[in-house]
Design a protein around this ligand. Structure first.
Ligand SMILES: Cc1ncc(COP(=O)(O)O)c(C=O)c1O
Length: 399
């Protein structure tokens, strides 16, 4: 089986050249089964969920609730009620930042890291402004790994929350989240893992991780944009207040006051993204059928090949050489702005991302304006790697 055949967009050209899609860290392409699930929902099953007595509503509700079951299996959660539908990672983190506010006291610390995406920084700044808490960031080492000695210093019994990425979107570093969660638990802190980059590149087991919250976006794992999952520990979720008020999240409403449903509905006010759930459910099905272990190993081999080829290019500097790297390679060409390199690659049909990658504090820490980032997914192949190496070598001769 060639998994590329299942992604129709991969057959198109870009700038008149075969498309080489290496911007998977930003979003992944969609397989036929996901595209079909979304259109079939609108063609055959469209209705609002949880409300009406008719057959269409029953089917739409089943699609949505099936997706919840699949999400539960995907992250190995103990309860299906622990899976909350969101718009994506960003919304999941903002939701948590709002609902834990009463548990965060003035003067306490919220511990993040220098590697975080803005989505795992700004919501905590907003929370810190509301509560009088402090933000502290774990530093990185020369290689772009997390400085674990610094983490041990920062995580103390004054820590309210440790919120950390599973895989860095800027450098590809795999973070030893289990160790950090253990330290945070010992300190009595809450824990959140940003799994946006991990969903197709690491095994996710929230029970083994023992985190309080785990967030990810569907669009980075072959599903549509606008749908994502927040996992939260059930007992904790049911102690937390709602974040948005509206239909479906209530138990009883009078003009004066309301009572609320238990999780997950307490956190799902209003009509959800039902088509998104149809697509996400299909993405879970698709991934579950793939030989994931083999594909992740193949992807790692491609990344190694790309790294060794890129290193031969005169003037190329890798940004970050983490001990354990997922599918992201960041680099610079001496004397060239990353955007110029990106433009020259684009002219050759090669899609990469350039800039700060929503990692401004990381770029400031590294003293650079940004990087060129090639990020791989399970459908990339050796031709893509060769195109990248040749494309960058060509760009280097121009710049
Ligand atoms: C590590 C990380 N966290 C959070 C996000 C935000 O994800 P979304 O824009 O899907 O909410 C991203 C997206 O690139 C990311 O890479």
């Amino acid at each position: 089986m060639n998994i590329r055949d299942e992604f129709p967009i991969l057959t198109r050209s870009s700038r008149g050249k075969p498309l080489v899609y290496l911007d998977n860290g930003a979003t992944t392409q969609k397989p036929e089964s996901v595209i079909n699930a979304v259109t079939s929902y609108y063609r055959q099953h469209n209705a609002n969920v949880h409300r009406a007595a008719h057959e269409l509503a029953e089917e739409a509700t089943a699609l949505l609730e099936d997706c919840r079951n699949k999400a539960q299996a995907f992250v190995n959660a103990a309860h299906r009620e622990e899976m909350i539908f969101t718009r994506g990672t960003t919304e999941g983190i903002n939701l948590v930042a709002q609902v834990i506010a009463e548990r965060v006291k003035a003067g306490q610390d919220i511990v993040i890291s220098q590697l975080e995406h803005h989505s795992n920084i700004v919501p905590w700044q907003l929370l810190a402004q509301r509560t009088g808490a402090n933000i502290k960031a774990i530093d990185i080492t020369e290689t772009g790994d997390l400085d674990l000695a610094h983490a041990a210093d920062l995580i103390t019994d004054n820590t309210a929350l440790v919120a950390i990425t599973h895989i860095s979107n800027g450098l590809g570093s795999m973070i030893p989240v289990t160790k950090l969660i253990e330290q945070a638990k010992q300190a009595g802190a809450l824990t959140l893992v940003d799994g946006a980059q991990a969903v197709l590149h690491a095994t996710i087991d929230v029970q083994a991780l023992d985190c309080d919250f785990y967030v990810f976006s569907g669009h980075k794992m072959f599903a549509p944009t606008g749908i994502g999952i927040l996992y939260g520990r059930l007992a904790l979720l049911n102690e937390l207040p709602p974040w948005q008020g509206g239909g479906e999240m209530i138990d009883h409403v009078s003009i004066e006051s309301s009572t609320y449903q238990q999780a997950p509905f307490r956190f799902e006010a209003g009509t959800p993204n039902i088509a998104g759930c149809a697509g996400l459910g299909a993405a879970f099905d698709y991934i579950t059928k793939l030989p994931m272990k083999m594909l992740i190993e193949q992807e790692a081999a491609l990344v190694r090949k790309a790294l060794s080829g890129l290193k031969q290019i005169p003037g190329l500097r890798l940004v970050g050489e983490p001990a354990e790297r997922a599918s992201v390679i960041s680099f610079l060409l001496d004397g060239s702005h990353p955007n110029d390199v990106g433009t020259l690659l684009d002219q050759q049909g090669i899609a990469v991302r350039t800039g700060h990658h929503c990692n401004m504090p990381l770029m400031t820490r590294l003293g650079i304006p940004g990087t060129v980032r090639a990020s791989f997914s399970l459908y990339n192949n050796e031709d893509d790697v060769d195109a990248l190496i040749n494309g960058v070598a060509k760009a280097a001769t121009f710049l």
